[in-house]
Unconditional design. Structure first.
Length: 385
């Protein structure tokens, strides 16, 4: 476990926290993009080790958190109305749709099957030639290559009873939208919702490389640091970001160089480009964002379940609110989860109102599991004093 233990070393964590404190001369707000980063921060109490004036802002988190309720409705319709076998990852089972979730649909008789790889859905399709098999494809760029290869193989094999519902989304477009909004907020009198720097997700960049982030850093004029997901990764990324901010610099730095290269995984990029094209997409509680989703290209439209089964309704991207739930404010970094009045009361992992409480990488789930509902929970690492 040396390669994990080294990145959880308490002495090194303490050293990095002190280095951040000694580098800072003014307050800064830094957004971590990925729910994996958020869980590391909350679980290990990293935010409690940071100096006063340095605030971490939770970003969009994970693809489960931002999958629109209407996509879940479409998946339920595929199996409940059309009798398809619906294959999905387990973390989507309890994410609320507009009327119910997939687990409830399954309890009512829908054929919903939890799988661990999209290729399993192909096997199910081969074993059930008389039934349509629909895979609910959810993910950021990290999972897009496996989904693309699955569709590619289905076409290569001539498998006609297989299709996907694509809820695949891209990080840079939504990040640009959120940061532009945060910049406007900061211009408004009395607002403190601006973001000064970004910790980008290493696993996304391992696939797609750094090109889009260079463009973001340059156009938005803020530092972006690519990080891993262990405590040392996060704190080193914060330190690198603060160094840039204090020096009035804005560029992309790669803290996660042991995994991420500048060009990413070009083989994975090619299969994604072969099967998918960027398209406008809806983000749960965040609205529509241009060129932020992946839809099947013309040569693969026979594998689009929404077209094949006519699942797309006029209201597919309608506004969806769930009463007390303030997931949109959490996903945009305007509030911390415990600041939602429903947190740990009407909304719990057993009775979630919003996706961030369901997902294993959701910010609300992180605070519920590791902080017991408190914004300022005790650190699980050694006291620096």
């Amino acid at each position: 476990m040396r390669f994990i233990d080294d990145f959880r070393n308490e002495e090194l964590v303490a050293t990095l926290a002190l280095a951040i404190k000694h580098t800072m001369s003014k307050p800064w707000r830094i957004m971590e993009v990925c729910g994996g980063q958020t869980h590391t921060i909350v679980k290990h109490g990293l935010d409690q080790l940071l100096p006063y004036g340095l605030e971490l802002v939770h970003g969009p988190g994970c693809p489960v958190c931002v999958t629109p309720a209407e996509k879940i409705d479409a998946a339920i319709k595929a199996t409940s109305v059309h009798g398809a076998i619906l294959c999905t990852f387990g973390d989507m089972m309890r994410v609320p749709g507009n009327t119910q979730d997939l687990l409830t649909a399954k309890a009512h008789g829908a054929d919903v099957r939890t799988i661990y790889s999209p290729l399993e859905a192909l096997s199910i399709a081969r074993d059930n030639p008389s039934r349509e098999v629909v895979f609910f494809a959810v993910g950021f760029e990290t999972t897009a290559p496996a989904n693309a290869m699955t569709v590619y193989r289905a076409k290569s094999e001539g498998l006609r009873n297989f299709s996907i519902i694509s809820a695949l989304v891209l990080v840079p477009p939504i990040l640009r939208t959120l940061l532009d909004t945060a910049r406007c907020d900061r211009v408004d009198a009395g607002s403190d919702n601006g973001v000064d720097g970004v910790l980008a997700a290493g696993h996304v960049c391992a696939v797609m490389g750094l090109r889009e982030y260079h463009r973001l850093a340059e156009s938005l004029r803020l530092p972006i640091v690519i990080t891993g997901f262990e405590p040392v990764d996060i704190l080193q990324g914060i330190f690198m970001c603060v160094q840039q901010l204090e020096a009035h610099q804005y560029r992309v730095e790669n803290q996660y160089s042991r995994v991420v290269s500048a060009h990413g995984n070009t083989i994975a990029q090619r299969i994604v480009a072969e099967v998918f094209a960027a398209t406008e997409a809806g983000w749960r509680d965040l609205g529509r964002v241009a060129a932020s989703g992946l839809s099947l290209r013309d040569g693969y439209l026979d594998y689009d379940a929404e077209l094949k089964l006519q699942l797309t309704a006029d209201s597919l991207w309608s506004s969806h609110q769930r009463g007390l739930c303030r997931a949109s404010a959490v996903l945009t970094g305007h509030i911390k989860p415990p600041q939602c009045s429903a947190f740990a009361k009407e909304c719990t992992p057993m009775r979630p109102l919003g996706a961030p409480m369901v997902s294993s990488e959701g910010a609300c789930a992180a605070y519920f599991n590791y902080r017991g509902g408190q914004v300022d929970g005790a650190s699980q690492l050694s006291d620096l004093s």
